[in-house]
Each structure stands twice: as structure tokens, then as C-alpha cells.
Design a protein around this ligand. Structure first.
Ligand SMILES: [Zn+2]
Length: 112
């Protein structure tokens, strides 16, 4: 699901997708806190803005799979970043990334 084409292969029944994501936390530019995606621009994971975060971000594909299998057309929620700050080699205890995401998704289905 790296481009619009792979999206339509993964979700053949979806005709339209609108995703708005608001990120709160470290590294988020105040004027760029809300990001919008469509089926052409959506990616599997929305990258975390925290520069110290590893393996974080919002795994949006999982939410979309869930919505698609439930045939839900609108969904809204919040989720914490699952990443950790610092590198695995660091001696100090690694901290969970504090960033969080609020997402709003709407889907239109072809055969609906
Ligand atoms: Zn993060």
C-alpha cells in the first residue's frame, strides 16, 4: 500500500477514502498538525514527527482493514504512538514516545 494503485488492490471495494490525522506531541509543527490523505496518498504507516522515536507512527492500514471488513463508513479515534525513544544500544532506559494521533476516516464503498 505504498501508492494509490496498491491501495485499490488492497481495498478493491473502496471508491473513496478521506483520512484526517492530527498529531500531538514532540516535533509537530503547529501549522502542520493536521494531515489529510486520500486513497491516492495514504501509506501503511503515518510517520511519527518525534525525531527521537523509533518504530513509531500510526499504523493506519490496520484501522482501514478493520473498517473495510466491518463495512464501516466513518470512524474516529485516538491512539498513542507505539514507538520508543532512543536507540536499542542506548544504556539509559528507553521511554515510550509521547506523541499521539487523532484520526478521522471516511470511506465510500463501490457497491454500497
Ligand atoms: Zn513516536
Amino acid at each position: 500500500m505504498e501508492s494509490g494503485k496498491t491501495f485499490s488492490i488492497a481495498f478493491p471495494n473502496v471508491s473513496e477514502l478521506h483520512v484526517t490525522i492530527k498529531e500531538i506531541g514532540i516535533g509537530v509543527k503547529p501549522n502542520k498538525s493536521a494531515k489529510k490523505f486520500s486513497h491516492d496518498t495514504i501509506t501503511k504507516t503515518i510517520k511519527c514527527s518525534n525525531p527521537a522515536c523509533h518504530n513509531g507512527g500510526l499504523k493506519i492500514a490496520r484501522i482501514l482493514w478493520q473498517m473495510d471488513s466491518n463495512r464501516s463508513t466513518a470512524f474516529e479515534g485516538s491512539v498513542k504512538c507505539t514507538g520508543l525513544e532512543g536507540t536499542p544500544q542506548a544504556k539509559r532506559k528507553r521511554l515510550s514516545c509521547i506523541n499521539s494521533y487523532h484520526y478521522k476516516i471516511s470511506i465510500k464503498y463501490k457497491d454500497a
